[in-house]
Ligand binder design. Structure first.
Ligand SMILES: [Zn+2]
Length: 57
């Protein structure tokens, strides 16, 4: 399953402002199927600190 890394600035409780990342399914054929999976992953999966893996705000 192809994945795509999303990045966003976030605030880690231990490391302050970090470039947080999360992996979500990439949208490839069949488009609708992967789009639904990705939307669900985006709801479920928080952005995480690259240093400690804690969810960031
Ligand atoms: Zn951290």
């Amino acid at each position: 399953m192809a994945t795509e890394t999303q990045r966003r600035r976030g605030r880690c409780p231990r490391h302050g402002t970090v470039e947080a990342t999360r992996d979500v399914p990439a949208v490839t054929f069949p488009w609708l199927y992967h789009w639904v999976r990705r939307t669900m992953a985006e709801r479920r999966e928080p952005f995480r600190c690259p240093e400690c893996g804690a969810p960031v705000d």
